[in-house]
Ligand binder design. Structure first.
Ligand code: A3P
Length: 345
């Protein structure tokens, strides 16, 4: 009899235990790792009115699910009003540099519960036609977010386009500007690889990198070649500094973002006055891709598209040396201005 009662008790305990574990797993999957770790998200006063600095847990759930629907335009006006969602102008912009890792940076920052990314490159400030549509047009391109969240957009063409600094300044003179850079020669080759792939897709032929990067008449670096010009970071930055103080910029090491993303992201969190929420859990190395991928929670993770992380063509070593020598003095100036030194050759 006693034995039977004990067996029954054990059975009940087993069922209750399984139910508890099941519910826990369900909650983890639903709410997401970030949300589970830190449901409260105080943000610096600059990003939201004081006293309302906590992002409700629901906000985080929406970020993963419903916000997406809102973004796709599937929400009714009533739902938007009910949830107090707004389309906010960006508080920070990733202004470049093309092929520096701008997409990876945006997607990784979007892991933060207080950040909402504008998925598409909007090209508001660099495209005259878009700019003529006015700031309201730009705002309407932004994703829905809670008032305490910050919107971030990225359009790498901003960094190199003459008119952009003044235009952004006119919108918000205290905006935070992110620039992600890679070793300039690698960046130029990456830039070339993207264009080359575009040509190949259209069954067109294209010049070799060496032919574009080196002027055949002088045998010197061809400074007319856009991929070379874009990598002279200091020249572009100097134009921006006519409008914004250096403190408003944060330089991200794009090479380190590839190999060791977390410390780079933590520096950005600090710069944006966001509480540290992105953790190693959110980033896992995918050996097949050869890159870090993103883990939002135990059910949702993603890697960047295949267009990120292309195999570069082999480039003649003498051309690489020539380019590195060419970029060297500009790099030194860049380190000096930004206060961030890189081990670029
Ligand atoms: P490559 O294609 O030359 O490797 P952008 O988004 O500005 O176009 O930059 C693309 C670059 O982002 C890629 O250049 C790639 O090296 C880099 N990158 C950084 N982190 C990445 C990641 N986690 N997954 C894929 N690419 C990443």
């Amino acid at each position: 009899m006693l034995f039977k009662q004990q067996a029954l008790l054990r059975q009940k305990l087993f069922v209750l235990g399984s139910l508890a574990i099941g519910s826990l797993l369900y909650l983890v999957a639903r709410v997401g790792s970030l949300d589970r770790l830190q449901p409260l998200c105080p943000i610096d006063g600059r990003f939201g009115p004081r006293g309302q600095e906590e992002i409700p847990l629901r906000a985080l759930q929406f970020k993963r699910g419903l916000l997406h629907e809102f973004r796709k335009g599937n929400a009714t006006k009533e739902q938007i009003r009910l949830h107090n969602l707004v389309q906010q102008l960006p508080k920070a912009i990733i202004i470049g540099v093309r092929k520096g890792g701008t997409r990876a940076l945006l997607e990784m920052l979007n892991l933060h519960p207080a950040v909402v990314k504008a998925s598409q490159e909007i090209h508001f400030f660099d495209n005259d036609e878009n700019y003529a549509k006015g700031i309201e047009w730009y705002r309407k391109k932004m994703p829905f977010s809670y008032p305490h969240q910050i919107t971030i957009e990225k359009s790498p063409a901003y960094f190199i386009t003459e008119e952009v600094p003044e235009r952004i300044y006119k919108m918000n003179s205290s905006i935070k500007l992110l620039i992600i850079v890679r070793e300039p020669t690698t960046r130029a080759i990456s830039d070339y690889t993207q264009v080359l792939e575009g040509k190949e897709r259209k069954n067109k032929t294209y010049y070799k990198f060496e032919k574009l990067a080196i002027d055949p008449n002088t045998c010197e670096v061809n400074t007319k070649y856009k991929a070379v010009r874009t990598s002279i970071y200091t020249k572009h930055l100097e134009r921006w500094l006519k409008y914004f103080p250096i403190e408003q910029f944060h330089i991200v090491d794009g090479d380190r973002l590839i190999t060791e993303p977390l410390p780079e992201l933590q520096l950005v969190e600090k710069f944006l006055n966001l509480p540290p929420r992105i953790s190693q859990y959110n980033l896992y190395f995918n050996a097949t891709r050869g890159f870090y991928c993103l883990r939002f929670n135990i059910v949702f993770n993603k890697c960047l598209a295949g267009s990120k992380g292309r195999i570069h063509p082999e480039v003649d070593t003498s051309v690489i040396t020539k380019l590195r020598r060419f970029f060297h003095p500009f790099n030194q100036k860049f380190y000096q201005i930004t206060g961030r030194t890189f081990n670029w050759p």
